[in-house]
Design a protein. Sequence first.
Length: 319
Amino acid sequence: MKQTKFAYYLLICLSLLFIIAEKSFGGDKVTLKLNLKKGDVFHYNMTTVQNISQSIKKQDINIKQTMTFDYLMDVKNIDAEGSYVIDATYDKIKISLNSMGSDESYDSEDTTVTLSKTGKIYSCLKGATLGIVLTSSGKVTKVTGINKLIDKMIATMGIKDESMEKTMRTSLQSMVGEETMKQSFGNGFDIYPDGPVSVGSTWTKEMNMKIISSVTIKNEYKVTDIKDNLVNIDVKSTISTDPGAKGIEMMSMTMNYKLKGSQKGNSEMEIGSGMVTKSTITQDISGTVSMSGLSDDGKDNSWPISILSTITITTDKRK
C-alpha cells in the first residue's frame, strides 16, 4: 500500500508540469523564429487528457485525469541581447481525476467548495507568476519565481516533521526546480529550424529533461503547408528515459523509471509573431517503475506502467 500511495503522489506532482516565425522575402520560404514586441500579452491554454495504468502487487491502478492550465504570458521587456523578458502567470486551473473508484476535482474559478489536500496544492498555482527569459530562437535562458512557489506548496502541505519537509523540498526541486522548468518551458518553444523552410522541409531537435528521470525526446518536424500568415507543421518523436539515471528520492525511498514511447501531432504557427496558435499531440509511453529503500527490499518491487496522453494547446493574443 505504501508503494501505491507514493506512486500516486508522484504522479500528482508530475501533473503540475505536464507541453514562430518571421516571413522572409524571396520564393515560398519562411524563416521561423519568435518575433514579439514589448507589451504583447498572449493567453495560453493547455489541456491534457491522460490515462495512466499500473499494476502494483497484483492490484490494478487506473488513473484517468484531465488537466487544464491557462497562462497569461506578458512580454515585459526586450533586453540588450534581444531576448524577451516574460511574466507567465497561472490564470486558471481545472483538474478532474478518477482513481481506484474515487473522483476528485479542482476548479480555480469555483470558490464555493472546500478544497481537498490535492486541491490545496493546485490552488498554490493560481495567480503565481514565473519570470522567463526567452531568446528569439526559442531558448529559455532563465526562469525565476520557482523557489517562492515551492515554499508556498510546502506550507500548504502542512508537513510537521523537519526531515520530511527537507526531503519533500529536495524532491520538488528536482521535479519543478529552476533547471527543470527551464527545460520544460524550453521544450515548448525550442522548435525552430536553423534556416528558412518551405513546404516539405524537415528538421530535427533533441530535447532533454529531468523530471521523473533523465528523459530524451527526439523530434522530427515537417512543414506540410504554408498559407497566408500560417505554417502547418507535423511532428513525430521518440521518447526514452536513461536506464542508468538516478531515481527520485523521497522519504528514504528511491523510485526509478524505465520508459519508452512515441508521440505525434500537428501544430499551426503564426508567421508574424512566431507563436503556435494551436497544437495537438498524442503520446504513448510504457515501461516499468521500481522502488528501493523499502523494508522488504530483496523482493521484486517493480511494476509495469503505461501512460496515454492527448495534449491540446491554443494561443491567442490579448493585446
